[in-house]
Design a protein around this ligand. Structure first.
Ligand code: PMP
Length: 386
């Protein structure tokens, strides 16, 4: 049996989610814009209601649905900033590429882009954010929970600073990793958020469905044109089967916020430290998602380790990426000023409600078999730039 410990990459839909999807691939295959008696618009209505409940949004109408968080992130950035001519866009240094790349594209068009640094634990530097905010700031985007370290950013504090210094700036968060794993209260602690992106497949819904939350009173233009669906905001035939799964997954998500996942993760980290006294658990001092451990075993090569573990039937993630034959360390760890060699040995274990103590034990056994090369010295960690 495969041991799946890469739930920040994607998650398994539960049987109840699959059961909710199937009718919309079968007898209820109709277009959501068809006559109401077909019931084909029900998944959209149900998903909006379930999300409004899960995130404590003002009303179901606050949600527009997309193909996933990549589209959502591109949409909010492009439609809020494109064509503005001048102005500042602020993002954190640890955003997902679906924020970083459109933001850099906007900078090529003349907008002023600032990437706010994080500290050694991967938490955004509030002093740097505060200094970056100017009267002409159009848009601020900060990831709610980092996909690699799992670090939860201080959204409430960030919102307060933005509202104090630039009340007119739009505040967006990419909450792809946070939705369904952590309590989110859009009318409480997160009341300064204007826009929020999410993705179904990170919280046990099918792939290819996600969306944005738009605070009532905030205007957002469509990114695509050519159809009246979703009030013209996001044209294109709705993914009714995906939405049915998203509705069910959002409904079930509270189960993931139980203590089961966090206690399993804590047990894993304790045993990891006992077995490997030299292990480095990244961001261990920061508030983190309850399901994520991002760690380096000095001397392992993360890419090779993922392959070896994979051939033993254990799937984990790594922050390192291979492109054009070269291996690049995790951008997040680089932003945290982690030594290059340590970053290249980083593995990510991310749990879900389907993870078990047995999975953890099997992984710990397998980790002990990984080849480790002697490394000279990683040296002292450099100080983060001011
Ligand atoms: N943002 C974050 C933080 C993510 O982890 C991911 C998925 N890796 C995305 C955006 C993109 O999501 P999707 O796969 O739904 O396009």
């Amino acid at each position: 049996m495969l041991i799946y410990l890469d739930n920040n990459a994607t998650t398994r839909p539960s049987q109840t989610v699959i059961d909710a999807v199937l009718p919309y691939l079968g007898d209820c295959y109709f277009n959501a814009s068809s006559a109401p008696f077909t019931g084909a618009d029900k998944p959209r209505v149900d998903a909006a209601r379930a999300l409004a409940h899960l995130l404590n949004a003002e009303e179901p109408n606050c949600f527009a649905f997309t193909s996933g968080a990549t589209e959502s992130n591109n949409w909010v950035l492009m439609s809020s900033c494109r064509g503005k001519g001048t102005g500042r866009v602020i993002i954190s240094a640890i955003e997902h590429p679906s924020i970083t790349e459109p933001a850099r594209e906007l900078a090529k068009g003349g907008l002023d882009l600032i990437e706010v640094p994080v500290d050694q634990d991967g938490v955004i530097r509030l002093d740097a954010l505060s200094n970056a905010l100017r009267d002409d700031t159009l848009f601020v985007s900060v990831i709610a929970a980092n996909n690699e370290t799992g670090v939860l950013q201080p959204i409430q504090e960030i919102g307060r600073i933005i509202r104090e210094r630039c009340p007119a700036a739009l505040f967006h968060t990419d909450a792809t990793q946070a939705v369904g794993k952590n309590a989110i209260d859009l009318q409480g602690k997160w009341h300064d958020i204007d826009l929020l992106s999410f993705s179904g497949h990170k919280c046990h819904a099918p792939k290819g469905v996600g969306g944005i939350y738009v605070r009532p009173g905030i205007d957002i233009a469509p990114m695509m044109l050519g159809g009246g669906q979703q009030q013209g905001l996001r044209p294109g035939t709705l993914n009714t089967a995906g939405l049915a799964g998203l509705a069910q997954a959002a409904h079930e998500a509270r189960a993931d916020m139980s203590e089961h996942i966090q206690s399993l993760r804590n047990e894993f980290e304790q045993r990891l430290i006992d077995i490997f006294p030299d292990v480095i658990i990244h961001s261990v001092r920061a508030p983190r998602l309850p399901n994520t451990t991002f760690f380096s075993l000095p001397g392992i090569v993360a890419g090779d380790a993922v392959d070896i573990l994979g051939s033993a039937g254990i799937l984990v993630g790594t922050g390192a990426a291979c492109s054009s034959g070269a291996i690049h360390p995790s951008k997040t760890l680089m932003a945290m000023h982690v030594a290059h060699e340590i970053a290249l040995s980083a593995l990510r274990v991310s749990l879900s409600r389907f993870s078990t103590a047995e999975d953890i034990s099997r992984l710990l056994q397998a980790l002990q078999t990984l080849p480790r090369k002697a490394i000279a010295s990683v040296g002292a960690l450099p100080k983060p730039a001011p």
